[in-house]
Design a protein around this ligand. Sequence first.
Ligand SMILES: O=P(O)(O)OC[C@H]1O[C@](O)(CO)[C@@H](O)[C@@H]1O
Length: 433
Amino acid sequence: MYVDIGNALSSVATPGVSRASLERLDERVAAAHERIERGIEDREFGYAALALPEDTDADAIESAVEPLVELDVDAVLTVGIGGSALGAATVSGALGPGRAGTFHLDNVDPQRTARLLDDLPLADTAVHVVSRSGTTAETLSNFLVVREAYEREGVDWTERTVVTTGPDGPLRALSEQEGLPALDVPEGVPGRFSALSTVGLVPAAIQGHDVAGLLAGGRAGRESLAGSLFDCPAYAYGAVSYALEQRGATQQVCMPYAEDLEYFAEWFAQLWAESLGKDGLGQTPVRALGATDQHSQLQLYRAGRHDKQVTFVRPRDRPDVPIPDTDVEGLSYLGGSSLGDLLDAEFEATEASLAAAGLPNVRVELDALDAESVGELLYGFEAACVLVGELMGVETFTQPAVEWGKRAARGLLGGGEFEEADAVAEKERLLVE
Ligand SMILES: O=P(O)(O)OC[C@H]1O[C@](O)(CO)[C@@H](O)[C@@H]1O
């Protein structure tokens, strides 16, 4: 992973960070790194995420999915939500379909769920049900609906389902009751940090992707951690993001220049928001995609408030597609080049456009969208997030603010008496029709 922070320096951007400030901040980075290292070594709650490349058992994943691989499925359906779906979506999105395409039920929109289950060839679809707690209403509801769809079609869902969950709870009980292959979620690792574990790697294994390579990339990320932001790409990214937020960049636009990294931006949004959105602080993650969003959001990024940092993420190498020659007036300059040339030119132009407007931006590059590079990218952003949490002094690994809504929803569904549900009924109303 390569991180270029040049366009975030105060000589270029407003807000920006001076080299002198980075030098001073580096002392705090060194102390934070020591704290992080202790947390990793002791497998402390949360910090254990940064030990996943060495703790995740690739063989256990491969053997658990072997029966599904032998079925030679055409599709893998992940039933999960938040970090229990986005890691897998990011890995499989970045690496492509492999032996099977991937689909995700990570919402409870009945129209979408019904349409997806109608479209999927259930006899040739494996199901990975993932829930750390084993109690998440959306995941369990979707799984009950999926199971009924299989039964309605007379397809044995038990032969096509693997479960990843915690040591107890309804989902663990169901896997034991039905004799399903069941994997463990990594202990002490919040879902948003669990992409390089059973949670994120089971679909990739079914697809035939290089799980060992993904973990090797994670190990490369682990080995890159160092006591200085000038020696560690992940910490350089984290430190600059922290410093920019301190100077007013309260939004973090994650803008990959690769269609296959679109889910990465979704994954990043949960990682950054759920880890750092605390005590009235935290950058608001914005998902964008290059080159597409140059034709929609770039106007705001370049000419709107200077309350944003833009992070570009791109592979340095990728397959290419030539653009045929043409004698069409005004288009001939495109002929003979390639879509990759165009994408690269548009990226460089957009990066320069933001720098010329003084909008801070950071370039993150990986060699290619291959297993090792993707593993290192995920690890690097997780490590960057942990560093920012240390520098901010927040509880990086918990997410208490999401519980209020869960209690209200459960109360509305008759799942118990919750005062939060009462608040729903007391909503201030001013309906305009
Ligand atoms: O894996 P589980 O327990 O179903 O949780 C799913 C998601 O819900 C959250 O707990 C938030 O409600 C996320 O942190 C997590 O990734």
